[in-house]
Design a protein around this ligand. Sequence first.
Ligand code: FES
Ligand code: FES
Length: 155
Amino acid sequence: MPSYALTINGRSHTVESGPDTPLLWVLRDALGLTGTKYGCGQGVCGACTVHESGQAVRSCQISIAAAAGKRFTTIEGLGSRALHRCQQAWLDLDVSQCGYCQPGMIMAAAALLAENPAPSDAEIDAAMSDLVCRCGTYNRMREAIRRAAGRAGAR
Ligand code: FES
Ligand code: FES
């Protein structure tokens, strides 16, 4: 079995796996980082969203062979020192319902704010529109992103 070196949340790991194994399974099964969720496995729901060098990517669509040598951050690493402002806003506004989709949502929101610190509502909607929440928390997520961007209450 080949082995691959990758960096997750600032720590180096070497994982033995078949080359086509999705990064999602490496995170969850090999490394025990179960905050990243399996939803569709086909790149359409966003539950598995992590950051690759700060960009939001879908870990179910990245093979370990493609991930080798790259740096990823998961929801566990996002708030490892102190809560990320998105995590705090999510808590402040009690966004989560079942919570299953929310790690991916927060990772997508954090990547958005890193790239665009003051997104308009349209930009928020565009960034989040291809992530699926079965519980329908979209309005509260938008409000939380506004809050994290420092414009709570703005419309
Ligand atoms: S599990 Fe990866 S996009 Fe749905
Ligand atoms: S909070 Fe339940 S799926 Fe989004």
